[in-house]
Write a protein that binds this ligand. Structure first.
Ligand code: ZN
Length: 143
């Protein structure tokens, strides 16, 4: 914990090679990233993520580091976007469910109408059959 004083800028927490959204897990070199505390005058006690067991100054090497507060702010932003997306998907799902319910209702109504039409048709066919029968019977009686 001796050479951690190189961090001079308080605004640029992400290096080019180590650009990671949210909390970094590993450095580009493969080392696990750990949280450490800055001892620089510019950022005293500010915590940052850095490849484990890299002891060179932050400003002098390529090993990624990222301020913990910025990483956590990223995470919060990511969670916010995920939540928003989930809410949108939920809205779409609700709309589709409503559409399905509406279609089911229509199908039930149509089914009911078709059923009524069928029974009407049956009645009509019975009447027609009786009519035909009576015509036949009448023509035999007459003829
Ligand atoms: Zn590294």
């Amino acid at each position: 914990m001796s050479n951690e004083s190189g961090a001079s800028s308080g605004t640029s927490g992400v290096r080019r090679r180590g650009t990671v959204v949210g909390v970094p897990k590993r450095c580009w070199c493969g080392k696990i990233v750990v949280a450490r505390m800055s001892k620089s005058e510019a950022n005293p006690y500010r915590r940052y993520y850095r490849a484990y067991a890299v002891e060179r100054k932050l400003s002098n090497d390529n090993h990624s580091y990222k301020w913990v507060d910025e990483a956590l702010a990223d995470e919060i932003e990511i969670l916010g976007m995920r939540t928003e997306r989930l809410e949108q998907q939920n809205q779409i799902a609700n709309l589709e469910l409503e559409k399905l319910r509406f279609e089911k209702e229509i199908l039930e109504k149509v089914g009911g109408v078709v059923g009524e039409a069928k029974s009407e048709l049956k009645k009509l066919m019975v009447i027609v059959a009786l009519g035909c029968l009576s015509i036949v019977v009448c023509s035999r009686l007459i003829g």
